[in-house]
Write a protein that binds this ligand. Structure first.
Ligand SMILES: [Zn+2]
Length: 245
């Protein structure tokens, strides 16, 4: 299928294409990833996630539609909830920051599809600036937690995907703003050596995930995530397991 803004996140698109978030879901728990792809399990949308979307949609120029689509952004008195007032302040702050606006000055939410390591991928870029850079916008709790989210994988796949489609290898940046009381902001370049390492890791793992997706291998249950807990049955276990963990 040809992807556009209407069908990009559809179950059909998720079935046909691998994405970085799908890949990361497989890394966390193969069973949960499969349950989500097949529509048996939906990860709850938290307000924390919506704050990120709120800022994304501002930069995309579609904040008005977003506000209409999500009545939960408002209180009963029809005022924006505190988190989203905060999101507005974040937008105001970065709008006046020249480095930040320069980093986000490319084409917004451009969709790419490409074959990588024998798998069909889809990617939606926050800011695609041909000849210059790929930038992804992140609204995070704290700056020092960035490596935990493995944005190096996203950078590696986006960079490779753009190179496959256009022939141009672009540097990858994260434009990051924090939700702290006094917000922090910086543009982080992920070094090429880090991207190369992340891409090799994707190459090693993607075959297994693609086979699971195609029904050729059984997914492993991690036993700890919300999905695994939601389908489990109680077992009688040795208390000392807890001391070893
Ligand atoms: Zn699990």
């Amino acid at each position: 299928m040809i992807l556009n803004n209407e069908n990009y996140y559809s179950p059909e698109a998720n079935q046909e294409y691998m994405s970085v978030s799908q890949y990361k879901a497989f890394m966390n728990c193969e069973a949960a990833a499969m349950a989500s792809i097949s529509g048996r399990y939906e990860r709850p949308t938290t307000r924390a996630l919506l704050v990120g979307s709120f800022v994304d949609r501002y930069f995309e120029g579609t904040l008005d539609e977003f506000l209409k689509e999500n009545p939960t952004l408002y209180t009963r008195k029809h005022e924006l909830r505190a988190e989203f007032k905060r999101a507005n302040q974040i937008i105001e702050a970065v709008k006046t920051d020249p480095k930040f606006m320069d980093a986000m000055s490319g084409e917004k939410q451009r969709i790419f599809t490409f074959d990588l390591f024998g798998v069909k991928w889809k990617a939606k870029l926050d800011s695609y600036n041909p000849g210059k850079a790929i930038t992804d916008l992140k609204v995070v709790a704290r700056m020092d937690k960035l490596p935990m989210w493995r944005y190096d994988i996203q950078g590696a796949v986006y960079q490779k995907g753009v190179e496959i489609v256009t022939g141009e290898k672009l540097p990858f940046y994260l434009a990051v703003v924090t939700k702290e009381r006094v917000m922090d902001r910086d543009i982080w370049q992920i070094p090429q050596s880090t991207l190369d390492m992340a891409l090799r890791q994707v190459e090693e793992n993607i075959g297994r995930y693609a086979d699971i997706k195609a029904g050729l291998l059984e997914p492993v249950h991690c036993g700890r995530c919300d999905y695994c807990k939601s389908i489990k049955q109680a077992a009688v276990r040795n208390y000392n397991e807890l001391l070893e963990a």
